[in-house]
Design a protein around this ligand. Sequence first.
Ligand SMILES: [Zn+2]
Length: 117
Amino acid sequence: MTTHRRYQYAATAGAILLAAACAGSLAHRAYPPAVLFGLGVLILTEAALREHSRLKRRRLEDDWARRRALGENPPPLTPCCLLNSHSTDDIHDRNCTSDHTLTRFLDRIEQQGREEK
Ligand SMILES: [Zn+2]
């Protein structure tokens, strides 16, 4: 079991337990704890969804790397890497699936030079 899967299961279990505690608090008309339990449900649900998306991305990257190792030339994933999704194509992760050859770099520099003129 991967770490992301483990975190996803733990967050889901915690969200379910907090939802039960929230329902129990509401049944006993204890509203302040119910609000806090509800907040915990939201936070843990977001964590479970985040881990699910990381796991999904990891599977896509593994499949991409496997196809590449078999000699295929698969297109880069979108976004090419998780680090690039937060930058303007300047920073890339070591697991980047895009092409970062010298030719591409020089083409990009020339394109920037043309845009500045
Ligand atoms: Zn990238």
